[in-house]
Design a protein around this ligand. Structure first.
Ligand code: NAD
Ligand code: TYD
Length: 357
């Protein structure tokens, strides 16, 4: 059972969704426990995302451990040091395009890393039932949809990219540890997230930043691929609902019921940014540039999330209009964050402050 006093190991807590989740957790009045953020700080990990949390809770209810989820000694030591009773596994290599150019890291972190965490949990928890290993996964494991179908929890896995194949493998391992060893686990498969702290290689932040710099807006293929977008805070609330009420051994789909073709989304973003920067409505649309398609580009993702809505009472609370507005405003107000994330200056700060620990 979830306890408000839980000691939670959040892996990948310095990334996009992980850092939003830690912010979300500390805003919950019924969470009085502590969080150990375990992160390797790859190019995608940025502790600055959590500077307010560090200031307010650092050394007390918020602890940071720099480490690799593939490092079994370090992972086991962290379980023992803090008495971890809940794992929320966000740590992953997460970008499809990178997985096409260099799949090795994806196999290592997403598969071997998840396996290493599972082994550490199994050894440390030794049959305990008052614990939980929650694994955060993606709808991309289900492959590509035609025009009218939806992904359900029992849809067969059919991953098409090295990224989605590695996430699929990790999901299977988590499920196997439930059936074979009785490890208390839950899995969630979520659609595309957007919001603050999203690394500017992904569609929405990349487009906003390119507009800011008056650069071309690369749209893959014919631009008619469809994604189902969910504001990151709504993903966090869904995970929290699963931690509190999810059935052990179950999988939950999470989605925004909010399908957009990429080209319609990019056009809408162009309008929002133009409005905020007092430019003519079509100012940024002329930067749209159709480029070669991504190999193996999944055509459509769409989630049926009736199970989490009906069984756990979750629902999304942020409309797409509101979420996009908040996201664009956040990026335009945080251009220095972006410069630091992209420049590598931040990496040097980390090396100075954390490598020595
Ligand atoms: P991200 O790339 O922004 O962050 C990943 C984090 O993991 C970074 O902080 C990075 O430093 C850390 N990390 C990477 N390798 C590590 C390792 N070996 N050991 C420890 N830490 C490591 O990713 P994200 O978008 O926040 O995604 C988080 C999770 O959610 C992933 O598992 C991803 O598959 C899943 N997911 C993402 C989306 C989305 O739209 N972004 C949708 C559904 C599911
Ligand atoms: P992305 O943000 O990489 O997420 P995912 O591939 O995990 O869904 O891409 C979202 C969609 O946008 C996807 O269909 C690919 C497309 N895309 C572009 O058209 N141009 C771009 O520059 C990027 C990064 C993505």
């Amino acid at each position: 059972m979830f306890s408000s006093q839980s000691t939670m190991l959040v892996t990948g807590g310095a990334g996009f969704i992980g850092s939003n989740f830690i912010h979300y957790l500390f805003r919950q009045p019924d969470f009085e426990g502590s969080v150990v953020n375990f992160d390797k700080l790859t190019y995608a990990g940025n502790l600055e995302n959590l500077s307010e949390i560090e200031e307010q809770y650092g050394g007390k209810r918020y602890l940071f451990e720099k480490g690799d989820i593939c490092d079994s000694e370090k992972v086991s030591a962290v379980f023992a040091k803090y008495g971890v009773d809940t794992v929320v596994n966000f740590a992953a290599e997460s970008h499809v395009d990178r997985s096409i150019h260099g799949p090795a890291e994806f196999i290592q972190t997403n598969i071997v890393g998840t396996f290493t965490l599972l082994e550490a949990a199994r050894a440390s928890w030794a049959g305990r039932k008052d614990v939980l290993f929650h694994h955060v996964s993606t709808d991309e494991v289900f492959g590509s949809l035609g025009e009218s179908d939806f992904f359900h929890e029992n849809t067969s896995y059919d991953p098409r990219s090295p990224y989605s194949a590695s996430k699929a493998a990790s999901d299977h391992l988590v499920s196997a540890y439930f059936h074979t060893y009785g490890l208390p686990v839950t899995i969630s498969n979520c659609s595309n997230n957007y919001g603050p702290y999203h690394f500017p290689e992904k569609l929405i932040p990349l487009m906003i930043l390119n507009m800011q710099e008056e650069k071309l807006l690369p749209v893959y293929g014919d631009g008619k691929n469809i994604r189902d977008w969910l504001f990151v805070e709504d993903h966090c609330s869904a995970i929290y609902a699963i931690l509190k009420k999810g059935q052990r051994g179950e999988t939950y789909n999470i989605g925004g019921e909010n399908e957009w073709t990429n080209i319609n989304l990019v056009n809408r973003l162009c309008e929002i940014v133009a409005e905020k920067k007092s430019k003519p409505k079509d100012h940024y649309k002329k930067l749209i540039n159709y480029v070669n398609d991504r190999p193996g580009h999944d055509r459509r993702y769409a989630i049926n999330c009736d199970k989490i809505k009906n069984e756990l009472g979750w629902k999304r609370s942020v409309t797409f209009e509101e979420g996009l507005d908040r996201t664009v405003s956040w990026y335009l107000a945080n251009l220095q964050w972006i410069d630091r994330v992209k420049s590598g200056a931040y990496r040097q700060w980390i090396e100075k402050n954390y490598e020595a620990r």
